[in-house]
Design a protein around this ligand. Structure first.
Ligand SMILES: *Cc1c(COP(=O)(O)O)cnc(C)c1O
Length: 391
């Protein structure tokens, strides 16, 4: 089935007594009972399928999880309160029976960097960072460090590099490590990491999947080998997504493929506009034939879909000039987050990469003239017009 069809059908319309609700209701119950205590006992023992306690599972979350499993082609999913909670759950699950060592892409979402260095490292889980697009280097680091987990993002933030998930997955498997891919920027519309050999694919539901700037959530799609351990850990750890958020996410996902197609199409137009603008020094976007990862993009992404994230440098601009530009924007929302229906702009030096020293940012290629744009579903001409009058 096509992703547009799955988005509106998977997970929903489970029979309830004598009727079938067309959309899954919000189950706020914290616990569930059965006609007789013997059945309740069996559900608790996980001998028969059913719901016992909402930290373990509830029907609203279950529907969302089934939907996301269908979209990404995995064995099962776990919905979490945030993308960050999902990432931590995925890493901890993979490390249960592996060496407590992580090899991670050096270009990662800021909070993920903090998760590795400030949350996991004090508990003895160390991370070695590597340029994930440099396959030979990744092979050398895996051989040297013998990690339990390799962690990467499908499309990096904010420079939009694309690592060869398929090649990294082969190396990771060979070494006995698990590959976890943060697929938030790419979404299942562009890349399905499990089909390329990854063990777990993680999403911030907050972004493209929910897509309306009104819900926080995270999700892990797992292969068969990690699914039971993931759920067992979650039953105790309790990173559970609330049922209202699960409902909002599911409602959002029904139009996610439509929105994403439109956002991808808009982004191609906006990138072309920016490339032609005299005040723009550089545009990072996946449709660029000169993109450093052009061959990986061609191999892994469907033709014509390049995501909807763009970053660009304003010629000769420093913090002050970038602020003037951002203040002039009338429509594009100047807020952190991405993937919403409305276009959003963010200044990495102020937000996601604020904690880094200017020299460190420079080394990563994140200059003070760089801004990041999440292209929304508005009319592309209106987005370009807003940029034009502000540049
Ligand atoms: C937003 C984001 C996260 C974290 O998700 P939250 O829902 O904010 O916790 C992780 N990775 C990427 C790539 C993100 O964009």
């Amino acid at each position: 089935m096509n992703i547009h069809t799955k988005a509106v059908h998977a997970g929903d319309r489970k029979k309830q007594g004598d009727h079938i609700p067309v959309t899954t209701p919000i189950y706020t119950a914290s616990s569930f009972v059965y006609e007789d205590i013997e059945t309740t006992d069996k559900v608790f023992a996980q001998e028969v399928e059913g719901y016992a306690y909402a930290r373990y599972d509830n029907p609203t979350n279950h529907a969302l999880e089934e939907l996301c499993t269908a979209l990404e082609g995995g064995h099962g999913s776990l919905a979490c309160a945030t993308g960050m909670a999902a990432l931590e759950m995925a890493i901890r699950t993979a490390l249960i029976d592996r060496r407590k060592k992580v090899v991670a892409a050096s270009a990662l979402y800021g909070a993920t960097m903090n998760l590795l260095t400030k949350v996991l490292e004090p508990f003895g889980i160390e991370t070695t960072f590597v340029d994930i697009c440099d396959v030979d280097r990744v092979a050398a680091v895996i051989a040297e460090e013998r990690p339990g987990v390799v962690l990467m993002e499908t499309i990096s933030n904010p420079l939009l590099r694309v690592g060869p998930i398929d090649l990294i997955a082969a190396m990771t498997k060979e070494s006995g490590a698990a590959l976890i891919v943060d697929n938030t920027f790419a979404t299942p519309m562009l890349v399905r990491p499990l089909e390329l050999g990854a063990n777990m694919s993680v999403h911030s539901l907050t972004k493209y999947l929910a897509g309306h700037g009104d819900v926080m959530g995270g999700l892990i799609v797992s292969d068969e080998g990690h699914y039971e351990a993931l759920r067992t850990l979650s039953r105790t750890y309790g990173p559970t997504l609330g049922p209202f958020e699960a409902y909002l996410s599911m409602r959002g996902i029904k139009t996610f493929p439509l929105r994403m197609e439109r956002q991808c199409r808009n982004a191609v137009e906006v990138a072309a506009f920016l490339r032609g603008h005299p005040r723009v020094a550089k545009v990072n976007f996946l449709d660029d034939r000169e993109h450093p990862d052009a061959s990986t993009i061609q191999r892994l992404l469907p033709s014509g879909l390049f995501g909807a994230m763009i970053s660009f440098e304003i010629a000769g601009a420093g913090r002050e000039e970038v602020f003037v530009f951002m203040n002039r924007l009338q429509m594009i929302v100047k807020a952190t987050s991405l993937g919403d229906v409305h276009s959003m702009i963010l200044y990495p030096a102020m937000s996601s990469h604020r904690d880094l020293a200017p020299k460190q940012r420079e080394r990563l290629g994140i200059r003070d003239s760089l801004v990041r744009l999440s292209v929304g579903i508005e009319d592309a001409a209106d987005i370009c017009e807003d940029l034009e009058q502000a540049l």
